[in-house]
Design a protein around this ligand. Structure first.
Ligand code: ATP
Ligand code: MG
Length: 427
């Protein structure tokens, strides 16, 4: 920031980091705005990289950290026209019309453009600037008062701002949960009605948002707010439906339990993976569809696979799941039935599986909700910490289960038939 300032440019912190610092919280990342053009920023920092046609951001790398540096919109129109995509142009129209009024766009007042920059942001508490030139906070939209009162308020007319970008509805809920803020009435009112606009957002962007919603340490609270405002059904429609059903008179609790687990892990700085999150979110729909297919006489292998395909196909229309997460997610699911088959070498082999740990955590979750056998989960907990002799003993003690038995019998038969005539075995 000082390098920008010393080169004669405006240099301000903006957005979430100013908000968090003023609340005494540790910012997740730092966003910088300046009047320097991306090309000028790049000359000042050898580690700078201009990214994104649409937003003309510069990423400046300091060791492991990346600082996002954005330029105010005080850029000449011809340059703007060249880089701004059609999509953004629509948003941009008002600002450019205003700029037209002044003949000297090139010399446009920094503060004027900064004020424009402010009103383009989403919430008042996200539009505060910290200016290192005079150590002051600049507030164009009443953000400081809202920050002190704990209020999340959209800048401008909420309906219009949500129509412009429906993701702002998700952001409202996310910040309310994270900051413990109240969503101001006018900001909250249109959400249930406009929630369906989320179907117009690209599944790829929705995926990014889902991670921010559920991997920030406030997933449970966020989940409750999302459902309250009717937003959740547009993220996970099948999950929403499954939540309405009950299992033997008990509400289904896997999702909230999984989210509480996730929060705990995030707050303990343990790693979390989208594979587990999506596995938990979609488990009930998969399980219910599998059961329905089984009831119609489909064999268990086909039932599970058809249910999985169907659930995923529907889910991906709303929120995309990159292959690197959907593949392990399916593995977590398919390993669930293998936990029951422990005879012979099966338990040992399962333990070696690279997805064992995640699948085991998932089994514990299912056992907590009462859907999986608690004794089975305990057996696997014990098995992991047991030594080799104890493990052999544990496996030997298992009453031959249907699955294990079948496999053994088949193998024995095959082996025998190889060495002896088939008639001997029958006798
Ligand atoms: P977090 O702590 O999650 O990073 P943040 O407020 O920094 O919160 P970012 O997504 O990093 O959120 O965005 C940085 C800033 O950019 C926001 O504070 C806001 O001013 C602006 N912004 C981000 N997304 C939007 C949007 N969809 N509409 C308007 N302004 C946005
Ligand atoms: Mg941020």
């Amino acid at each position: 920031m000082h390098r920008l300032k010393d080169a004669g440019h405006a240099s301000l912190l903006v957005g979430g980091c100013v908000r968090d610092l003023m609340l005494g919280r540790e910012p997740k990342d730092f966003d910088v705005v300046t009047d320097a053009r991306p090309e000028e920023i790049r000359k000042l920092f050898h580690s700078a990289r201009v990214i994104g046609r649409r937003f003309r951001l510069v990423h400046v790398r300091f060791g492991r950290d990346i600082i996002e540096v954005a330029t105010f919109r005080a850029i000449p129109r011809d340059v703007a026209d060249e880089v701004i995509s059609r999509e953004e142009e629509e948003e941009e129209d008002d600002a450019l019309d205003d700029a037209d009024a002044s003949t000297e766009i090139e010399n446009q007042n920094i503060f004027g453009s900064q004020a424009e920059d402010a009103v383009r942001r989403d919430f008042t508490v996200n539009a505060l600037y910290y200016d290192i030139r005079n150590f002051s906070v600049l507030d164009y939209v009443g953000g400081v008062a809202d920050l002190q009162a704990g209020i999340l308020r959209v800048i401008g007319e909420p309906q219009a701002r949500y129509r412009e970008d429906p993701v702002r509805m998700l952001r409202a809920v996310r910040f309310a949960a994270k900051l413990g803020f109240k969503i101001e009435d006018k900001t909250a009112a249109p959400i249930p009605e406009l929630a369906s606009l989320l179907t117009t957002v690209s599944p790829a962007r929705m995926f990014e948002e889902v991670l921010k919603l559920f991997h920030s340490g406030y997933a449970l609270q966020t989940f409750e707010l999302l459902r309250h405002y009717g937003l959740f059904q547009f993220l996970f429609p099948l999950t929403e439906k499954s939540l309405a059903s009950e299992e033997q008179g008990f509400p289904i609790t896997l999702v909230p339990r999984a989210l509480a687990n996730t929060d705990k892990r995030v707050n303990e700085d343990k790693p979390v993976t989208p594979a587990f999150l999506f596995a938990a979110m979609l488990w009930e729909p998969v399980r219910q569809e599998t059961a329905a297919l089984l009831a119609r006489g489909t064999n268990s292998y086909d039932a599970f696979h058809r249910a999985t395909e169907h659930v995923l196909r529907q889910q991906l229309q709303h929120v995309s799941i990159p292959k690197r997460f959907s593949v392990p997610m399916r593995e977590i699911w398919s390993l669930q039935s293998r936990f029951e088959r422990r005879a012979g070498q099966q338990a040992f082999r399962l333990l070696e599986n690279k997805r064992f740990r995640a699948a085991y955590d998932f089994l514990l979750l299912r056992a907590d909700t009462g859907e999986a056998d608690k004794m089975l989960a305990q057996w696997w907990t014990d098995f992991q910490v047991a030594d080799e002799n104890q493990r052999q003993a544990m496996v030997a003690q298992i009453a031959p289960s249907a699955g294990g038995n079948e496999k053994k019998r088949r193998r024995r038969r095959r082996r025998r038939s190889a060495s002896k005539p088939a008639t001997t075995e029958r006798a």
